[in-house]
Each structure stands twice: as C-alpha cells, then as structure tokens.
Design a protein. Sequence first.
Lengths: 279, 318
Amino acid sequence: MIASLRAESLKTRKRWANWILFGILLLALILLGYVLTYVVLSNPPRNFESRVPARILKREVFPENLIPNMLSLTSTIGAAIMIILGGLSTASEYGWLTAQTILIQKPGRSAVLLGKLVILAIVTLLIAVVVLGASALTSYLLVTIDGGSSSWPSANLLLKGFSALWLEFAVWTAFGMFLGIAFRSTAAAIGGGLTYLFVGEALLAQLLRNTEGVKEVLRFLPGVNAAGVNASFGLTFRNLNATTQLVDATRGTITLLVYLAVFTVLALLIFRRRDVGGS
Amino acid sequence: MGLLQGFAVETSGLSKRYSTGVLAVDDLNLRVRTGEVYGFLGPNGAGKTTTLRMLSGLLRPTSGSATVAGGAPGSPGSLTRMGAMVETPAFYPYLSGRDNLRVVARYAGVPTSRIEPVLRQVDMTDRAHHKFRTYSTGMKQRLGVAAALLKDPALLILDEPTSGLDPQGTVEMRELIKELRHGGRTVLLSSHLLNEVELTCDRVGVIAKGKLVAEGTVDELRARSGGSSLLVRATPLDQAQRLLQSLLLASQIQVRDGVFSLAVDPAQAAAINRRLVADGVDVSELRVSEQSLEDVFLQLTEQAPTPPTPASGGGEKQ
C-alpha cells in the first residue's frame, strides 16, 4: 500500500483541480460566511427584520461562535466540494483509462484503493485544519475591526468541533469516491452527488421534515445527521430562527461513522471485483 | 529481467462473455514461447484486446485459465515480471511524461533511476517535461512503451503499438520492438496490420470471432493455406480451361480476370506449359505466385465459424 500511497500523493499534489476546489472552499468560507455576514449585519438595511437584533446576530462571526459558524458554513459548500473531490479522485481514473495503467503495475486492487483512501483522509484532514485556521483568523480580524470583545471556545470544544468537521468532510468525500467507482464517470458521479446533496438533502429534507413517516426516513440521511451534530455546537445567543434537529449529536456521529464505513467498503468491493475495460 | 522457462504465456480454454451477452473470446488456447516475438493477429473486434485484458488481469475470464509470466493473470508475481500497454496509452493529462512515469514507477515499486533510461530508449527525453495532453499520438504510444519497460519485464505485452502512427512513426516503432526482444525478452504483440506482424514476429496466432484459427510461423501459415500457386495467362481461354480441367482437379483451378490460378507444385510449371502450347494455346504469362499473408489472413478469418453470439464490439480497439 505504501507504493500506492506515494503514487497517489504525487498525483493529488500536482492536480490543479484539487487546489482550485480548495481555493473555492476557502473563498466561500471567508467572503460569504464571514466578511459578507459581518458587513450586512454591521450596516443592516432599513427593512431588516429579525427577532434577534443585528448587533447580536453579528456576533455569529466572532471567535466565541467559531465552531458553530464554521460548521454551518461548511455543511453545504464544504459537502459539495468534498463530493467533487472524492468523485474526481476515482472517476477520472476511468475517464482517462488510467485505472488500467495502475492495475497492471505491481500492487493489488485493494492496495491501490486503500492508498487512495489514505491520501483522501490526509487531504480532508489538511483541508479541515486550514478551514479551522482561516475561520479563526478571520473571526479574530473581524472582532478586532469591530472594536468589540470576544472569547475563544475551550480547547475541548475546539477539538470536538474540528473532529466533527473532519468526519463530515470524510463522509462526503467517501460518498463522492464511491459514486466515482460505481458510475465510472466524472460527470455522473459529481452530478449525482450534487443532485442528491442539493435536492435530496437540502430541499426535500427541509420541505418534508415535519411529515410523519417521511421524518423517520430523513433521520437516516447523512446530511440530516451532520446537521444534528452541527446543531450541538450552539451559538452564544439563542437563534430563534434555528430549526429543530431530527437527530441528536450522538446518533448523528454514529450514523456518519456508519456511512463512512459503508461507502468505503462498497467502493472497495466494487473496485476489487469489477472488470476494467470492455463492455 | 528474469528469464522464464517454456511458455511465457499459456492459456487453456480461455473464454470471455460480457454481461451484454457478447462472446468476445471463445475457448482460446494460446502458447507464447519464452524469448519469441509473437504476433497476435486478427481483424478489429476479433477478441485481441479482450484477450490481452484477461492476460493483464483487468478482465476476469468467464471460463478457462491462463498463466502469464509464471503466475496467474493479475497476480503480483505475474505483474512484477510483465509490462503492458493495453489498448490506448493511458496517462494523467495534467502531468508531464516524466511525472507520469514517476507515478507508474511508484506503483510498480521501481526506482525512479529507471525513468531516464527508458525515456532514452523510446527517444522521449526531450519532450518528457511537457504535459501528456500536449503529446501527439506517436509520443503517447512511445510513452506507453516506456511505462511498460519500467519494470524491465521478461514479458512485454503491446496492444496495437503502431495504431494511429504515421509511416515514419510506424517504422520507428517497429525498430524499437525489434530492439526490445534483446536479452531474451518475450514480446506479445497484437495487431491487425499484417505487414507489421510479418516484419517483426517469429510466430503468429490468428484470432477471428474470438477463436484462435491458426498458429505458426508466417511461412507455416502460408503453407497451411495452400502455399504458392501457379499463375497462367493463356488464350483462347475456353480451350485452355478445357485442357487444364483434363489435367487437374476442378478444385485446383481458379479463374480471375482471365488469369488461371493453379494450386499445383511450381515444379509442374514447365510440363503444363508444354501441354498448353502443344494443344495450340498461346501462353503469354506463366509465373509462380507466393501467397501473401494477407491472402492467408483473409482466408483464415473468413472461414472462422461464427460463435453463438456475434463477437463484435466487446471493448475492442477500433
């Protein structure tokens, strides 16, 4: 597996698409999640209506709310970027036919895919570290510009928040990777993954979350479980607009871990057994 | 490069039926001797690429077995001793040729010091720093061969290595293949180009509709298909035909465009000429015609029985 790991590391590092995805995630996080929110809430429009005053709401981007704000922002754009990252890493091998070039070298199929999995785990870990660092730095700069005061979350909370972020990134990356192997097409893997995320999870789950019967099914979806985990990191003020979660943090974490294992095992099984090339 | 004893490739009843129902390879028994250049010849869609994919471990056979470079296809033991370029040379377009070889070397567990020698061997050193996506077909093919050579394999499998090359590139690739056999290396070369096989291979296996229809040296195949024939141009045609029919069996005589093609020993040429002239027939041309490999190929592939499900498509290189 070490051979595969070394090869994957070179491929991942030199692929511009990966760096572009990473850049998009950081830009979206800092500009949309922090700067824009702060600017709007610092100078709220006249017709701004909220049960919580804007001067309180803007504390969302300050260090005291680092974890909940970061998780909230990365739950959609982060998930989408991770699905694309995972999908590209596997589906491209079929699109470029490089799967066959790799598989006629020495390592077995399991070693090849395990190498890819480990690299993706490292990449998601590094992205999570940078996301946390960038969020912390931006929130510090904003509270300094604002001239107010804020406090940092405890080390325990930081660790838990970081673990949740990495777990969610890993689940969505594994989902994309699985789709890439199942569909053997970059367009189908990314299209299918994003459609599921934005239509299945974001739209249907929101619309049908109070429908009896459907609600039980929704409790098993990865996005709903990730939202349950994220909601456990509450804001320092009560967000009256927040929706009630369908699952608690413990169940959410366990379900996400199960999804991570299932996507990984399914990807391995398909990759090991299926023919490469031919019809 | 370790030398193998006996056969570098041996298959027994190897078959592949795709999920679509297409029987691409049907009961194939192939034997490639160690140290030879073996030409795997067949028309497009005959089952060549499917066979090579099975030998490389990319496809699982539906039935039958194979031993490749001393191991089961796709096993680490087999893959360590073989290098292959199956179908299209497939590399990462965003990486340079050299970086692509670095990736392949890492997967293969080969030291990166092997990269420069193989680049020199395929004459790609000057362009190795350019991105793969900028390469011409010829450069892609050469990089494919370089990647196959990284392991310094005892068995080299090349699928249509001159596909898409211009005449100059074809000649260069042919010369390269001749060089590659040095040191006792076995080369299994698939092609649908007869001239290429005739010029580079020690032995040839002809596959048609998924079945191996003939195997041997080029000369053996020619001989098996009737070998040489005698061409006679004579007038009047009717009179010449009557006379020849009295001398030979009907199956030995064919007439094409006013020329008789006689399946006889060329040593009989003088006797036949004397009889025709003695009977008042004017003989304007009489010569021995060696059957070309193309004739043999067409004869063999057209005669091949059609399997229960047509073996068209099947992932074959077109």
